[in-house]
Write a protein of this length. Structure first.
Length: 292
């Protein structure tokens, strides 16, 4: 059995996927790695590229876009390994990063998942860990307090913008752009909830891991490069709508009946208003670009 299974869900990011797979093969070294690529009906030749350039990869080519959560579930079910790495196609693996993450879970039996530190194209550290979005977080975000006081542990707690990502620590929810998950934990809590097709599925998974008694960790000892949002930028307006819908669905699942009715209603109202504000801002920005 391979030491590590890697699941990559792709949609129209052929060149980035190519670089991602090259980096895996280059840096797997002594690890026995099985890679599954789930291609969600890309129109840019991604599937053919995998067949031609990476025949060592198992390709699951869908005839239609089943989106992120279902695509990952498809890949995770295809992997029979004790550890499974969720990896975006716009990630480049660094030397030693896979081995470090695997060793971390071996040394931390209560950890159900672990994430590396991600750096952007220019080497900047990306803020990839967040706290769970309770009613207070919704208020801080809606009022802009998190941006006014990013270094505040109170107002900046959702994006953890007060922290510089230089220490290994347990966190509520790292982004699943690169997230190593223990198969035993997935067997207990289940795979991604497909009512969150694109967004907040990773938040929900981390919430369920914590609720089941597992820990979720971040370690800067393992690093990868994340180019960021390559697929979602292609359909920005649709992704804004999908993000807010998923946030509302997540909120209903985890907070309805568990917080006061007033706090719940206020948070839902602010989330709904936030959607219209973002859509209006996006529309104005698009008009400005067309006028140039």
């Amino acid at each position: 059995m391979p030491d590590l299974g890697i699941c990559v869900v792709n949609w129209n990011t052929r060149d980035l996927l190519d670089r991602c797979l090259q980096s895996i093969r280059e840096h797997a070294e002594d690890l026995a790695v099985e890679v599954v690529v789930v291609d969600n009906a890309s129109s840019d030749g991604s599937a053919d590229m995998v067949r031609e350039r990476h025949p060592w990869v198992r390709l699951l080519a869908n005839e239609e876009n089943c989106y992120y959560a279902a695509g990952n579930n498809q890949g995770l079910r295809a992997l029979e390994t004790p550890l499974k790495l969720l990896l975006n196609p716009d990630i480049e693996v660094h030397a030693g990063s896979l081995q470090t993450l695997v060793q971390f879970l071996h040394e931390h039996p209560q950890a159900g998942a672990a994430a590396p530190r991600l750096r952007g194209p220019a080497g900047e550290v990306q803020f990839t860990c967040r706290s769970f979005p309770g009613p207070d977080v919704v208020v801080y975000e809606a009022l802009g307090l998190s941006r006014l006081f990013p270094r505040s542990r109170w107002f900046g707690k959702y994006r953890m913008s007060w922290w510089n990502y230089d220490e290994t620590r347990a966190v509520d929810q790292p982004m699943a752009s690169a997230l190593l998950v223990r198969d035993k934990a997935l067997g207990q809590v289940g795979l991604f909830d497909e009512q969150f097709p694109m967004f907040f599925n990773d938040v929900d998974l981390c919430r369920r891991l914590w609720d089941a008694g597992w820990e979720v960790w971040f370690t800067p000892v393992a690093e990868m490069t994340h180019l960021g949002g390559a697929a979602t930028r292609q359909v920005r307006r649709e992704m804004i709508i999908a993000s807010h819908r998923s946030f509302l669905a997540y909120y209903r699942k985890h907070y309805r009946g568990k917080v006061s009715p007033i706090a719940y209603a206020a948070a839902v109202l602010l989330l709904t208003l936030g959607l219209y504000v973002r859509l209006a801002t996006t529309a104005v920005g698009a008009m400005g670009l067309r006028g140039r």
